[in-house]
Design a protein around this ligand. Structure first.
Ligand code: BTN
Length: 331
C-alpha cells in the first residue's frame, strides 16, 4: 500500500474552507475548529495548495478559498449521500498505488459492505487483462466500492453489468452526453472510452465473500496520452467543458446504491434490461472478439439471463461469451 489515507482533520479543513468560502477565516479559529495547531493548519494549507487548491492568505492574515476546489474529500461527498449504505464510510487518498488493491486488502480485513476507497491519483492503477489504468492527478475519478452480496459466484457477471448501468446513468445525467456501454462495462462517448470498471472478487465454491467494484472515469483530462488517444477520451474533451468530479462521484455512488438494491431485490432481469437498453452493443453489432485463445469476428445477439453476451460467428454458430473483449467492426 502506498501513502496514508487523508487525515480526518485535513478533510475537516477542506470542509471548513468550503463552507466559509466567502470569508477570511483567522488561522487560530480554523485551528481550534479542527483541533490542530496553527502550524499544522499552515502545513495542511501548503499540501492543499500543492494540489492546486487556490487558498489566499497565511497564518497571520487568515485564509480564504479563492475558488471552490474539486476534491473528492469525504466531508464534501458524504453529506450528499444521506443514509445510503454505499459511501457510509469513505476513505480518501491524495495518492495511492491502486484503490482496488487497497479495497481488497481492507475487505480481507473485514471492511463493511459499502466502504468506498477514493483517490485523487493512482500510481499503479489497474485495468482489465492486467493492463495499466491511466490515472492522472485530479483529472479523473478513481474509486473502489466493497460489496458483500449474499449471492453465488454465478451472479458475478450480473454484478459487473449492474456497475456499468449505474455508471451509465451517473455519467449521462451529470454530463448530458450520449454515453454508450460496450460489453461488459466500458463506457464510451463518441466511440471512445471514458470509464472502465474492474470487478475483483474473493469467492469460494457456492459463495461470494466480497466483491470490489473499481471504477475509473476520465473526467477533466485536457489531453490523453498519445498511445491512448485513438481509443480513450475524457468527458471534458467530448463535452468541451469541465465537470465537477465531486458531483459525478456523488451521482455514481447514489446510482450504485439504487442499481445494487434493484439487483438484490428483483434479481438479474431488470438490471439486464436496463443494460441492453443503454448499450448499442447488446444486439446486432458487428464486433471483433478477443478471448485468451481466439480472435474472430461475430455479431452480438443479446444477453443471456446471467449477463453473458450471446454472439453469432460468421459461420452462424451461436455461443456465449463469459469474458473477453469486444470492439466494434465498422462495416
Ligand atoms: C478497465 O480495464 O476498463 C478497468 C479499469 C478500472 C480502473 C479503476 S480506477 C479505480 C480502480 N483501481 C484500480 O486500480 N483500477 C480501478
Amino acid at each position: 500500500m502506498s501513502a496514508a489515507a487523508t487525515d480526518r482533520r485535513m478533510d475537516k479543513l477542506i470542509s471548513v474552507l468550503v463552507k466559509n468560502a466567502t470569508v477570511v477565516l483567522p488561522g487560530p479559529k480554523i485551528a481550534s475548529q479542527i483541533g490542530v495547531t496553527r502550524s499544522t493548519v499552515w502545513n495542511y494549507v501548503g499540501k492543499l495548495r500543492a494540489l492546486g487548491v487556490d487558498i489566499q492568505g497565511h497564518t497571520s492574515s487568515g485564509y480564504q478559498l479563492r475558488t471552490l476546489p474539486d476534491i473528492l474529500a469525504p466531508s464534501l461527498i458524504q453529506p450528499e449521500l444521506g443514509d445510503n449504505e454505499i459511501g457510509h464510510k469513505i476513505i480518501h487518498y491524495f495518492r495511492i498505488d491502486s484503490t482496488n488493491s487497497t479495497a481488497l486488502a481492507l475487505a480481507t480485513d473485514g471492511a463493511g459492505e459499502g466502504t468506498v476507497v477514493v483517490a485523487e491519483e493512482q500510481t499503479s492503477g489497474r485495468g482489465r487483462f492486467g493492463r495499466k489504468w491511466y490515472s492522472e492527478k485530479s483529472s479523473g475519478i478513481y474509486v473502489s466500492v466493497i460489496l458483500r452480496p449474499k449471492l453465488s459466484p454465478a451472479a458475478a457477471p450480473a454484478l459487473t453489468l449492474m456497475a456499468g448501468v449505474a455508471a451509465h446513468r451517473a455519467l449521462s445525467a451529470a454530463t448530458g452526453l450520449a454515453v454508450d456501454i460496450r460489453w461488459p462495462n466500458d463506457l464510451l462517448v463518441n466511440g471512445k472510452k471514458v470509464c472502465g470498471i474492474l470487478t475483483e472478487m474473493n469467492a469460494e465454491l457456492g459463495r461470494l465473500h466480497h466483491v470490489v467494484l473499481g471504477i475509473g472515469v476520465n473526467v477533466n483530462n485536457k489531453t490523453m496520452p498519445s498511445e491512448l488517444g485513438a481509443i480513450a477520451t475524457s468527458l471534458r474533451l467530448e463535452g468541451k467543458r469541465s465537470f465537477s468530479r465531486a458531483q459525478i462521484l456523488v451521482s455514481l455512488l447514489k446510482e450504485l446504491e439504487r442499481c445494487y438494491a434493484m439487483l438484490k431485490t428483483e434479481g438479474n432481469a431488470p438490471v439486464l434490461r436496463a443494460w441492453a437498453k443503454a448499450s448499442s452493443y447488446a444486439e446486432g453489432k458487428a464486433v471483433r472478439v478477443r478471448t485468451s485463445d481466439e480472435d474472430f469476428q461475430a455479431v452480438t445477439a443479446g444477453l443471456d439471463p446471467t449477463g453473458m453476451l450471446r454472439i453469432r460467428r460468421e459461420d452462424g454458430r451461436e455461443e456465449l461469451l463469459v469474458s473477453g473483449e469486444i470492439t466494434e467492426v465498422k462495416r
